[in-house]
Design a protein around this ligand. Structure first.
Ligand SMILES: Nc1ncnc2c1ncn2[C@@H]1O[C@H](COP(=O)(O)OP(=O)(O)O)[C@@H](O)[C@H]1O
Ligand SMILES: [Mg+2]
Length: 370
């Protein structure tokens, strides 16, 4: 068992800066998810932990030691990749036990560990099969088994479910969560899928591609709810949540009590006004999630603010309907209950929950309300 700590870590490939000023503590027994768009450095960060890449700057701790100069095989970590990296000519049993056999562990101990892992993963009846006779999900379980039997201090997962179909992905995601809960091994899980991050992570670290300013690419660390309720910047606000948060330009008026937008005037809820202090006459970006916008009079929200527009896209997803509504220059996305499905081209009145808004500084893109 071990915590992992990044202290002022940077990773550069020649002139290309991939990670800068990364400070992050992953707690013992925690399941931490690294999430962010493709190319933001998630795999690189994971490979730094595994020892497959060298740090350009800073310190990396695993447990109570700095591992900057510790060889990958001495770090006591096990990594599971998107490509399962199984040996095709070996049985499931031999694939799972491979790492133990090269360490010349006692055969009876190997058998005991493999049988235990197979039991946990539901692989017992498949131990004598070759990988080609397994489904994608079963192969991924074998890769998990190979990681489990080593009883490492740390599990590292790099998009392990990307090759599975949607249904299996949801199932395996739940299994990995359960497995981690059972083994309590400190885990870092990389994905570009924010839903996977939200459902699996105890905490989530949101990464963005490095900007030209060479500031850190770590945008926020928090529990799924903290990221959803209190995004610290526009990047996190737009990255977490489906469909993404609506963001429109608005202005706090000279009383500091109202937001002015060409399509509506919104009184600031007292809690929001309190967070803003005495901010007045300021251009802001107003963020509101699709689930905090409803239709007409079917809502009992306090101080709802209405906005008119024309329905351009209707997506029916079972229990809810997602509509894209043109309001002047802007497209607003709203998530409605499925009790009425609006028609294309329909003129509609939306209501926004004024106590559920987020405000951002348009220059710094930092939240003014979180
Ligand atoms: N060995 C390397 N040499 C040069 N650039 C690299 C190397 N490995 C990764 N990169 C670059 O680092 C950036 C981050 O890559 P990666 O960590 O794989 O991102 P992610 O996993 O978030 O998609 C990319 O722009 C990639 O091209
Ligand atoms: Mg990657």
């Amino acid at each position: 068992m071990a915590q992992i700590v990044f202290k002022g870590v940077a990773k550069r490939f020649g002139d290309v800066s991939v990670i800068e000023e990364l400070d992050l503590q992953i707690k013992d027994e925690e399941l931490m998810v690294f999430v962010g768009p493709s190319g933001c450095g998630k795999s690189t960060a994971l490979r730094l932990i595994a020892g497959l890449e060298e740090l350009s700057e800073g310190e990396l701790w695993i447990g109570d030691r700095v591992v900057n100069n510790v060889h990958p095989k001495d770090r006591d970590v096990a990594m599971v990749f998107q490509s399962y990296a199984l040996y095709p000519h070996m049985s499931v049993r031999d694939n799972i036990s491979f790492g133990l056999r090269i360490r010349k562990m006692d055969q009876s101990e190997i058998d005991r560990l493999v049988n235990e892992a197979a039991e946990i993963l539901g692989l017992t009846p498949l131990l004598d099969r070759k990988p080609k006779a397994l489904s994608g999900g079963q192969r991924q379980r074998v890769a998990l088994g190979r990681a489990i039997v080593r009883k490492p201090s740390v599990f590292l997962f790099d998009e392990p479910l990307s090759n599975l179909d949607a249904e299996l992905r949801v199932q395996m995601r739940a299994e990995i969560g359960k497995l981690q809960q059972r083994l309590k091994t400190t885990t870092v899980y990389v994905t570009h899928d924010q839903i996977e991050a939200m459902t699996l992570g105890h905490r989530i670290a949101v990464l963005a591609p490095m900007g030209t300013d060479r500031k850190t690419n770590l945008k926020q660390v928090g529990t799924p709810l903290e990221l959803y309720d209190s995004p610290k910047n526009l990047f996190v606000a737009k990255f977490i949540g489906t469909p993404p948060m609506n963001v429109v330009a608005a202005e706090i008026d000279d009383s500091g009590q109202r937001l002015i937008h060409p399509g509506f005037t919104m009184p600031l809820a007292s809690a929001t006004a309190a967070k803003l202090g005495s901010l007045k006459s300021k251009k802001v970006l107003l963020g509101i999630r699709p689930e905090h916008i409803g239709e007409g009079d079917d809502h009992e929200w306090r101080e709802p603010v209405s906005l008119r527009g024309t329905v351009e896209i209707v997506e029916t997803v079972g229990h809810e309907v997602i509509i894209h509504v043109r309001c002047g220059e802007e497209m607003i996305v709203a998530k409605l209950g499925a009790h009425r499905i609006p028609g294309y081209g329909e003129d509609i009145e939306l209501v926004m929950r004024s106590d559920a808004i987020h405000l951002f500084d348009p220059d710094t893109e930092l939240s003014l309300t979180s």
